[in-house]
Design a protein around this ligand. Structure first.
Ligand SMILES: [Zn+2]
Length: 63
């Protein structure tokens, strides 16, 4: 996995989000989509959980 470049992320309109590892772990596993969630909702949920998992993975590598 490539290192995240803060300036490149900011250029894409993203903002940093710092969470405790336990919160990231929860977030990476948490899906609250209703059964009738739209594709957009499920996409967003999957994206957030993927990024939480990636951040957690990165955190684990730095210790
Ligand atoms: Zn979900």
């Amino acid at each position: 996995m490539s290192e995240t470049d803060p300036s490149a992320e900011a250029a894409k309109g993203r903002a940093p989000l710092w969470l405790d590892p336990e919160d990231l772990r929860w977030l990476s596993r948490h899906c609250c989509c209703p059964v009738d969630a739209s594709e957009e909702e499920k996409d967003r949920c999957g994206r957030v959980r993927f990024r939480a998992g990636a951040a957690l993975h990165k955190h684990g590598q730095s210790h």
